[in-house]
Design a protein around this ligand. Structure first.
Ligand code: HEM
Length: 245
């Protein structure tokens, strides 16, 4: 929490201290224009979860039926909301103090990770029970990489939370930038995995309309979710590098 306290005191300054060892990455101001894109993106994600859940249960319930909905809810609703919570201009959380936004971010992230882990255990046991090969398809390979990156991002998140304590190893702003950058790669990997899942034999059988509608939704949600945080990371990194030179 120390780093968050520092963040809050940083926000009281009229000018950011460029030489500060714990410069903030999350801004607590209302200077960025609130955006309706995140709400729109959440609505699109809900439609996607609806399509995936319908397809999973329409022909009856099996163990496999739980894999797509759990992954879709965890990745497309909970994880996107967790990223939005610390992105500039999020209409739903813009009014919150920075500590609350940070807490919302990691609590949602933890909840999403639990759902995603459950979805992974479902598909893993399903394959073991049915004696099928593991990590054989492109979807499975990207899915596994997304899960490994997710674990790395979460570890990095603990580092970002306690970045002041780690300042002798790495300046807090870099700990946070590293966490944010790995997080953005993680989210993208998951979206690639989901897109490959939409072209699996199982989903292809549901018809092209559902397949391509889902693909368009997933790509739009990815763009809406990643655009602002990517720009934030880019500008913050450029600012630090300009400062060094
Ligand atoms: C980011 C979210 C997702 C991740 C991380 C993920 C991960 C995985 C992994 C690792 C496997 C292989 C397990 C093994 O080989 O033992 C798998 C299988 C599967 N998943 Fe997903 N999945 C995700 C979302 C989805 C979605 C949304 C769908 C449906 C549209 C889906 C459909 C399938 C299917 C049909 C299989 C069995 C065939 C195969 O191995 O490719 N998955 N998933």
């Amino acid at each position: 929490m120390e780093s968050l306290d520092q963040d809050i005191s940083d926000n009281n300054m009229s000018q950011p201290d460029r030489n500060s060892e714990s410069s903030r990455l999350v801004t607590a101001n209302a200077s960025s224009k609130p955006s309706y894109l995140n709400i729109f993106s959440n609505l699109l994600s809900l439609v996607f979860v609806g399509i995936v859940t319908y397809c999973s249960f329409v022909n009856g319930i099996t163990l496999f039926s739980f894999h797509p909905p759990l992954m879709a809810i965890g990745w497309m609703i909970i994880m996107t909301s967790a990223i939005n919570a610390i992105s500039p201009g999020d209409l739903a959380t813009e009014w919150m103090p920075i500590r609350l936004r940070s807490a919302r971010h990691w609590v949602l992230q933890l909840f999403g990770a639990i759902l995603i882990l459950a979805g992974f255990l479902v598909i893993l046991s399903n394959k073991i029970i049915n004696n099928k090969p593991h990590f054989a398809t492109l979807h499975a390979k990207f899915g596994l990489s997304a899960l490994i990156f997710m674990a790395a991002t979460m570890l990095g998140g603990i580092g970002a939370l306690y970045s002041l304590k780690l300042k002798h190893y790495l300046a807090p702003i870099y700990t946070k930038l590293l966490h944010a950058s790995i997080g953005l790669v993680t989210f993208s990997l998951g979206v690639v995995a989901i897109s490959c899942g939409l072209f699996s034999d199982w989903f292809s059988a549901k018809g092209e309309i559902l397949q391509y509608t889902s693909l368009v939704i997933v790509i739009l949600v990815m763009l809406f979710t990643l655009l602002r945080p990517s720009l934030k990371v880019y500008f913050r990194l450029r600012e630090r590098l300009d400062n060094v030179n």
